[in-house]
Design a protein around this ligand. Structure first.
Ligand code: NCD
Ligand code: ZN
Length: 347
């Protein structure tokens, strides 16, 4: 039985850091374990231009505690007004590593997102030409489509037609939650990647709804049935280069989670790596953890892998994680897997 494992330092290919006091509070939780992260642009107002991404990057670096190393990989929020030339310049300078597509209304702060894909086609054509990845929030927003079906319908009605029209466009299916997502990514070839969150490997929809509503398990895309969770586990632990870690760690203060209209998002930055070690061990796949957390993401984004290493150790005693972190914006509840975790990241 493995009681420790050493892997290259991981990266997080989908992260929400927010801004101001929240940024200051949550950034150390990620920087402690991760070398780099793809930073989501859904601030209020969103990060739309290269100039805004540059300023946000500076704010992130300014919030980083002394002595911590972390590289934010910036993204732009795609709107119907986005200029192809601005995107190309921001990519050419090395500042911007991806553009994020939010269908308007799909999730937190997505009202400036895209209503009509035809309007952003010149930007997408430019991205296909220069090889800049498009990160997709893969859910349709049509009122008639059931929330549990929105990812599968997005694949059939938006993603697949888009990839047929622009076969060179490099696409990341963000935070896949379904067997359909796993299967589509598996067949996609080198232009397609898929991120998987920590929490979707652990919870299914029962965790949100059985025995009382659990707001801290509510995120978007919403967790699905158990067979989908099992498909995600199989994909993440397969070693296939299509799948990599994107935690989608999405902090909201408790007052807005525990609310009549609670915000979507699970905060997993603090304990993701121990939780992943637990999951990969359960699946008999500890030897695939490095591919998922540290190798497949850089390969897709055409970035070097990290040279530093991380050691994860399994202890006899269950490890204690903070239930909350206390930011100047308010307390944020850390994702509780609901089972004892014996793994810890060692210095
Ligand atoms: C994210 C957030 O809070 O910004 N919420 C979430 O449930 N994942 C937005 C998103 O990535 O969908
Ligand atoms: Zn997200």
């Amino acid at each position: 039985m493995n009681t420790e494992i050493t892997i290259r330092r991981p990266d997080d290919w989908h992260l929400h850091l927010r801004d101001g006091a929240m940024l200051k509070g949550v950034l150390p939780e990620t920087a402690r374990h991760f070398a780099r992260a793809i930073i989501m642009p859904n601030l209020v107002p969103p990060v739309v231009t290269g100039e805004q991404a540059g300023a946000y990057r500076e704010r992130i670096l300014a919030a980083l505690p002394e002595g911590m190393a972390f590289e934010p990989l910036m993204t732009l929020y795609l709107t119907e007004g986005t200029e192809p030339a601005d995107v190309a310049a921001a990519a050419a300078s090395g500042l911007v590593k991806a553009v994020k597509l939010y269908p308007a209304g799909a999730t937190t702060n997505s009202h400036s997102g895209v209503r009509d894909l035809a309007k952003v086609m010149p930007v997408l054509e430019k991205m296909a030409e220069i090889g800049l990845p498009l990160c997709t929030h893969g859910e349709v927003t049509t009122a008639e489509v059931d929330i549990f079906d929105r990812e599968a319908v997005f694949i059939d009605t938006v993603l697949d037609p888009l990839r047929r029209r622009l076969p060179d466009l490099r696409v990341v299916m963000e935070h896949i939650t379904t067997k359909e997502g796993v299967e589509y990514a598996a067949e996609g070839g080198e232009t397609l990647g898929a991120t998987i969150t920590t929490h979707h490997l652990i919870i299914n929809r029962n965790h949100i709804l059985v025995g009382g509503i659990k707001p801290h398990y509510y995120c978007l895309p919403v967790a699905k049935r158990e067979h989908h969770r099992l498909a995600l586990r199989k994909a993440a632990t397969s070693g296939s280069p299509r799948y990599f870690l994107g935690t989608d760690s999405a902090p909201h203060v408790d007052a807005l989670k525990e609310h009549a209209c609670g915000c979507a998002g699970c905060f997993t930055a603090t304990n993701t790596m121990p939780l992943l070690a637990h999951v990969f061990e359960e699946e008999g796949a500890l030897d695939k953890l490095e591919a998922f957390a540290s190798l497949n993401g850089p390969a897709f984004y055409r970035l070097p892998v990290n040279e530093a290493r991380m050691r994860l150790v399994k202890h006899e005693a269950a490890q204690v994680f903070p239930a909350k972190i206390f930011t100047e914006a308010g307390p944020v509840t850390v994702f509780d897997p609901g089972f004892p975790v014996h793994w810890a990241v060692e210095a």
